[in-house]
Design a binder for this molecule. Structure first.
Ligand SMILES: [Zn+2]
Ligand SMILES: [Zn+2]
Length: 136
């Protein structure tokens, strides 16, 4: 049941269960909106997502023909964006206040990566065996 919030705390949300997937995205839009080498985003179905506060305060920017980036107008933090057409929510992973229960599984749009950023292999880490090998 991970909860999340923006930097100033106006926007708060809760996800019922862990996200379906989390990716590191190196596309130019994620780099711009995050101000960093890449964006880290979690995806889930909207039926498991709930705003706890501040939904009416959120502003958004049409970042492409299909994309939209949402942010808190008070602190500028990226916040979750709802895509009603396919019933999905995209959550900036840094907004989670609790362990969302997943780790990034892929790095995408690496062809667009910042020239000053060296992509390390960054293999997924496990405390012990990965789940697929647990019963081996
Ligand atoms: Zn805020
Ligand atoms: Zn991206």
């Amino acid at each position: 049941m991970p909860r999340g919030s923006c930097l100033c705390g106006v926007v708060k949300f809760e996800l019922n269960g862990p996200p379906d997937v989390m990716n590191l995205c190196h596309c130019s839009i994620c780099r711009k909106t995050s101000g960093s080498a890449y964006g880290v985003f979690a995806h889930a179905g909207t039926e498991r997502f709930e705003w706890l506060a501040g939904a009416d305060a959120i502003r958004s920017f049409a970042s492409s023909e299909h994309g939209r980036r949402s942010f808190c107008p008070h602190c500028g933090s990226n916040v979750p964006a709802i895509f009603a057409a396919n019933s999905r929510v995209v959550i900036p992973a840094g907004t989670f206040d609790e362990d969302p229960g997943v780790v990034p599984v892929a790095q995408i749009f690496v062809a667009s990566k910042a020239p000053w950023h060296e992509i390390a292999p960054e293999p997924t880490s496990f405390d012990a065996f990965p789940p697929t090998e647990e019963n081996a």
